[in-house]
Design a protein around this ligand. Structure first.
Ligand SMILES: NC(=O)c1ccc[n+]([C@@H]2O[C@H](COP(=O)([O-])OP(=O)(O)OC[C@H]3O[C@@H](n4cnc5c(N)ncnc54)[C@H](OP(=O)(O)O)[C@@H]3O)[C@@H](O)[C@H]2O)c1
Length: 244
């Protein structure tokens, strides 16, 4: 049985990852901070004929990650694909003051920046720390962490400020690169991806791509093609390499 686990998956890109991996024959563990939300989303996908199991995990809380890994270990004994999808972006906060704390130098708030780094950069690596043993039981273990074009230093030539989110995705890229070197010998393929600008709550409805297009592109152009030689890379949804 092929198994996959997706974080932050009750809506947006995470939900679409669950749907498309489910359609590819994976048994998918759909996780969200609250079990109720995970359960409701899983129920919808089960109605589509997919095998989906809801679980709760707040990726900012390492103890919850440890417990989840123990539960998955007991129920499945291995993990083939981990999609680190959960992420935050303060630009969506309804409180203008919070948005400004991440956006303008004059109002920059270290706490706000650290919150982004904790969830967007460190949590994906903590997930691997605790799921490593189960990934090692897979024939072709893969970790996909959702980064962003906004994490690229090379392409940051417009959109001034926006410190927290951009920095957190750049840090994720380096965290993954460092981890991939350590995990290479174990055969765990670990990449970061730019999903493109996608129509979700975070991306907004004016975005270029639907979640179906973005995730479909990543599965077909990246997930199904990469080998251990590609570990540590930064890919775009269309399969090309993204500049760092
Ligand atoms: N949409 C785009 O254009 C775009 C572009 C580049 C990268 N991305 C990245 O793609 C990923 C998915 O974003 P999206 O566009 O699908 O946005 P979204 O609909 O806002 O989804 C974000 C998900 O992350 C979850 N989350 C946040 N903090 C969490 C935590 N501590 N523990 C567990 N779950 C948590 C949210 O759950 P709650 O509702 O409970 O907070 C939500 O389910 C993110 O990493 C984002 O940075 C998106």
């Amino acid at each position: 049985m092929k198994t996959a686990l997706v974080t932050g998956a009750y809506k947006g890109l995470g939900l679409e990852w669950c749907r498309q991996l489910g359609k590819k024959g994976y048994t998918v563990i759909l996780t969200a901070r609250r079990l109720g939300k995970a359960q409701a989303a899983a129920d919808e996908l089960v109605k589509e004929g997919l095998t989906i199991l809801p679980k709760a995990v707040d990726v900012a809380k390492e103890a919850q990650i440890t417990n989840l890994a123990a539960e998955v270990g007991k129920e499945f004994g291995h993990l083939d694909v981990l999609v680190n999808n959960a992420g935050i972006n303060s630009k969506d906060n309804p409180d203008e003051l919070v948005v400004r704390k991440s956006t303008f130098l004059s109002e920059l708030d270290p706490e706000e920046i650290l919150k982004h780094i904790s969830i967007n950069s460190i949590s994906p690596i903590l997930m691997v720390k605790h799921f490593r043993k189960l990934l090692n039981k897979s024939d072709r273990p893969m970790v996909v962490s959702i980064s962003s074009w906004l994490g690229s230093i090379t392409t940051k030539d417009s959109m001034r400020g926006h410190y927290s989110y951009c920095t957190s995705k750049t840090a994720l890229n380096m965290m993954n690169r460092a981890m991939s070197i350590e995990l290479r010998e174990e055969g765990i393929i670990s990449i970061v991806v730019n999903p493109g600008w996608v129509q979700t709550d975070m991306g907004g409805q004016k975005a270029d791509l639907t979640p179906e297009q973005s995730v479909g592109g990543l599965i077909e152009n990246v997930l199904e093609k990469i080998t251990i030689e590609d570990t540590g890379s930064f890919y775009q949804w269309n399969g090309t390499k993204h500049p760092w």
